[in-house]
Design a protein around this ligand. Structure first.
Ligand SMILES: NC(=O)C1=CN([C@@H]2O[C@H](COP(=O)(O)OP(=O)(O)OC[C@H]3O[C@@H](n4cnc5c(N)ncnc54)[C@H](OP(=O)(O)O)[C@@H]3O)[C@@H](O)[C@H]2O)C=CC1
Ligand SMILES: CC(C)(CO)C(=O)C(=O)O
Length: 289
C-alpha cells in the first residue's frame, strides 16, 4: 500500500496510524507548523506493551504530488484549516475519522472518494506525548457499496473493523447518541451516566431523540426510530465517561456541535422540518462557549 497521510495526529489519528503501521503501511503526518518527526507513546488498557510511534512530518506545501490516501482525524471544526493547501485530486481517497457528519462538505474537490469511519473505540491523552487506548471496540467503514482494495489488508490489523451493509444506520445511531449525550453532559457538566438518573435530563433526551427520529424517518422510511433506548444504552455503557463535548467545554475549546446537532438542522431545513430542541441546544451551547 502506498503512503497514508494523516491530518490530526491526536487520539484517533494515532490509533489509525498504529493500525496502518501494523499493516506495514507508511504513515506521514501533514502539519503546517512543524517538520520535526512526531514521537508519541501509545499505551493499552489491556496491558499490552506500549508502542513508541515515530512518524515523519511534512508540510502540505512540501508535497511533491497529491496524496493518494489521506486520513482526516482532527476535530471537526478544524477540518478547513487542516485541509488548507493540501493538494487533492479525484484519485485521492479520504478516510474521515471524526464524530458528526458533513464536516468535509464543500472542502473536497469533485470526484474524491470519501470513506466514512465510525468507531466506538476510545483513546485519551494521558501525558504531553502519551495516549492511552482505553477500548478497542467496533469500527465501521462505509459510504460506498464496495470496500476499497486496501480494506482487507487493513482489517487484518485493525481489530473489529468491518464494512457493514447497514453502515448508514450505524452512522446515524452514533450521530444521534452524540447529538443527545454530548451537548446535555456538556451543558450540565455531568458524566454520561447522569442521563439515566436525572428526570430533567431524561426529558430533554426524549425530545432530542424524538426530533432526530422524525428527521431520519423522513430521510429514510426504514429508519427504526428507536433512538431513546439506544442512546440510553450508550449512556449506560459509558456512564463514568466525560463526553468529548464536555471535555472541550471544560478546556474552553470549540466544540463539535456544528457537525453533530448542526448537521441534523442542516438536513431538516430543506425538508421543511423544524427541530426546536436541537435548535435550542445549539444556541445555548454556542452562547456559552
Ligand atoms: N478520542 C476518542 O476516543 C474518539 C474520538 N472521536 C472523534 O475523532 C475525532 C478526533 O478526536 P481526537 O483524536 O480525540 O482529538 P484530538 O484533539 O486528540 O486530536 C486532534 C488532532 O488534530 C490536530 N489538529 C488540529 N488542527 C489541525 C490542523 N489545522 N492541521 C493538522 N492537525 C490539526 C491536533 O493537533 P494539536 O493538538 O497540536 O492542536 C490534534 O493532534 C473527533 O471528531 C472526535 O469526536 C470519535 C470516537 C472516539
Ligand atoms: C459515545 C460518547 C458520548 C462517549 O462519551 C462519545 O462518542 C463522545 O463523548 O464523543
Amino acid at each position: 500500500m502506498s503512503t497514508w497521510y494523516l491530518l490530526g495526529a491526536g487520539n484517533m489519528g494515532l490509533l489509525a496510524a498504529y493500525y496502518l503501521r501494523q499493516a506495514g503501511v507508511p504513515v506521514t503526518v501533514l502539519r503546517h507548523d512543524t517538520a520535526s518527526p512526531l514521537r508519541r507513546r501509545l499505551t493499552f488498557a489491556d496491558g499490552r506493551p506500549p508502542c513508541d510511534l515515530v512518524l515523519p512530518v511534512l508540510s502540505p506545501v512540501a508535497l511533491t504530488e497529491p496524496p493518494r490516501r489521506l486520513v482526516v482525524a482532527c476535530k471537526a471544526p478544524y477540518s478547513a484549516a487542516a485541509l488548507e493547501s493540501v493538494p487533492l485530486t479525484a484519485d485521492t481517497q479520504v478516510l474521515r475519522l471524526q464524530n458528526g457528519l458533513g464536516s468535509l462538505d464543500g472542502l473536497l474537490p469533485e470526484g474524491v472518494r470519501l470513506i466514512e469511519v465510525v468507531t466506538t473505540s476510545a483513546v485519551k491523552q494521558d501525558g504531553p506525548a502519551q495516549h492511552q487506548v482505553v477500548a478497542e471496540n467496533e469500527t465501521w467503514m462505509g459510504g460506498h457499496d464496495v470496500a476499497p482494495d486496501w480494506f482487507e489488508q487493513l482489517s487484518a490489523h485493525w481489530p473489529n473493523l468491518s464494512w457493514p451493509a447497514d453502515f448508514q444506520h450505524r452512522q446515524w445511531h452514533k450521530l444521534v447518541a452524540n447529538a443527545v449525550i454530548n451537548p446535555l453532559t456538556a451543558l450540565h457538566d455531568v458524566p454520561n451516566g447522569r442521563l439515566l438518573e436525572d428526570r430533567e435530563l431524561q426529558h430533554q433526551a426524549e425530545e432530542l431523540c424524538r426530533e432526530a427520529d422524525q428527521l431520519l424517518t423522513a430521510v429514510d422510511p426504514t429508519w427504526p426510530g428507536d433512538s431513546l433506548p439506544r442512546v440510553m444504552a450508550v449512556a449506560s455503557a459509558t456512564a463514568g465517561n466525560t463526553s468529548s463535548m464536555r471535555a472541550d467545554v471544560g478546556k474552553g475549546a470549540v466544540t463539535e456541535i456544528e457537525a453533530i446537532n448542526g448537521y441534523l438542522l442542516r438536513r431538516a431545513a430543506p425538508l421543511g422540518l423544524s427541530l426546536p430542541a436541537h435548535e435550542r441546544i445549539v444556541a445555548t451551547l454556542t452562547s456559552r462557549t
